[in-house]
Design a protein around this ligand. Structure first.
Ligand SMILES: C[S@@+](CC[C@H](N)C(=O)[O-])C[C@H]1O[C@@H](n2cnc3c(N)ncnc32)[C@H](O)[C@@H]1O
Length: 377
């Protein structure tokens, strides 16, 4: 892994992407972070003790560079929060110089500057802007930053609809900023999230916060996985890894009433949705709900079954590195004879990847697009 230095108006900062990966080639910040930091430096200097709010900082680049202002930073990602803390430490800065908040729990009060990195999902941007309503003052400066490729017209249309008039900057190094002026006349907006749909052929309503995978309807890969979930009393301790709205674990629990379910995701909104869905479905049945990075918090040799529909991206970068780490960690949390069941697009080659970690790997089912693979020691 490479430590890299970001040079901006606020100074030089060493930044890493967490979790650390051997041979990491990607930086922990992008040209949009640099543009935003350089652009606001002079404005922040003119302001008297400004209150700064950062939304969706990928690996803490914005928060670390602005640490002197004691910003608040809101994120839906456990990994982004951990990266912020680790990068503060790496730069010998006090961890409490940035106040971290989850996407479900915005800080109180109003802000002079609100700096938003555009998230992957438009729904999440919409949800964040609606939640932010109470933080606007007449002279709040809201600036949205992104690489131009992540800035389709729908982004600035959403900002205009939910905040007020916008002015775009020119593009620099393929990054652009959008300046928005909160409209004080705007009537209070009702947040449409969480949204719900009825899970086909079941009595279950599935609630989804805005940043949850496939929040509007059942994903076709997940549907195929649901059709092949195992049923057996030998599965006592079961993890739904990367649980999203918790559908997979919920339907497994439905078929296996004695199983104790553990729902894990790195998204705060995902785990909140899974908890809401499981509790509505099973009332008093106990289960654990954890926001963390894959299986880092699970005890070795403690689990009978891991069910996983792995992610194929981290923030905006695509790749199978998280899936591979999930496979490797599954091996150590599974008891002897324990099983990992994985669903993926056939072209992702998960069967071959699993053979690197497990002695027995077999196909459970396949169709034109997906494959379900079972791996055990
Ligand atoms: C393809 S979605 C699957 C969601 C759900 N299980 C389903 O099948 O509909 C992958 C999930 O993995 C989560 N994820 C990504 N990186 C993770 C990590 N490092 N640790 C835990 N969960 C992660 C994402 O937030 C997302 O909810």
């Amino acid at each position: 892994m490479k430590e890299k230095t970001m040079q901006v108006a606020q100074g030089q900062f060493h930044l890493q992407r967490f979790p650390l990966e051997k041979g990491e080639t990607l930086r922990a910040w992008d040209a949009a972070d640099e543009y935003l930091l350089n652009d606001i430096a002079a404005k922040l200097e003119l302001a008297d003790n400004p209150r700064v709010l950062i939304i969706n900082d990928s690996f803490g680049a914005l928060a670390v560079a602005l640490h002197a202002l004691k910003p608040s930073s809101v994120s839906d990602s456990f990994i982004a929060q951990k990266s912020t803390s680790e990068n503060l430490i790496l730069n010998q800065l006090a961890e409490d110089s940035v106040q971290l908040f989850t996407s479900m729990q915005l800080p109180a009060g109003q802000f002079d500057f609100i700096l938003i990195k555009v998230p992957k999902t438009l729904a999440f941007l919409e949800d964040s802007l609606i939640r932010l309503q109470g933080t606007f003052k007449a002279d709040t400066q809201l600036i949205v930053a992104a690489m131009v490729k992540n800035l389709p017209p729908s982004v600035w249309q959403t900002v205009e609809r939910l905040v007020g008039a916008t002015v775009p900057s020119k593009a620099i190094k393929k990054a652009r900023l959008i300046y928005a002026q909160p409209d004080s006349e705007r009537k209070v907006l009702i947040n449409p999230y969480p949204v719900a749909y009825q899970l086909e052929n079941t009595p279950y309503q599935i609630y989804n916060h805005a940043n949850v995978f496939s929040h509007k309807s059942l994903d076709i890969g997940t549907r195929f996985f649901l059709q092949h979930l195992p049923q057996d009393n030998k599965y006592q301790q079961v993890v739904d890894l990367g649980c999203g709205n918790g559908l997979v674990g919920l339907m497994f629990a439905d078929k296996n009433p004695a199983a104790h379910m553990h729902f894990i995701d790195e998204s705060f909104m995902a785990v909140a949705s899974a908890q809401q869905n499981f509790t509505r479905a099973f009332h008093q049945r106990s289960a654990t709900f954890t926001v963390s990075d894959a299986l880092s918090d699970v005890i070795a040799d403690s689990i009978d079954l891991v069910l996983c529909n792995p992610p194929f991206h981290q923030q905006t970068s695509i790749g199978n590195h998280i899936a591979l780490r999930m496979f490797q960690q599954s091996k150590s949390v599974l008891r002897t004879g324990g099983e990992l069941w994985v669903i993926g697009n056939r072209h992702l080659g998960y069967k071959a990847s699993l053979k690197k970690y497990f002695s027995k790997v077999e196909q459970v089912a396949t169709n034109a697009k997906f494959i379900i693979v079972k791996a055990c020691n």
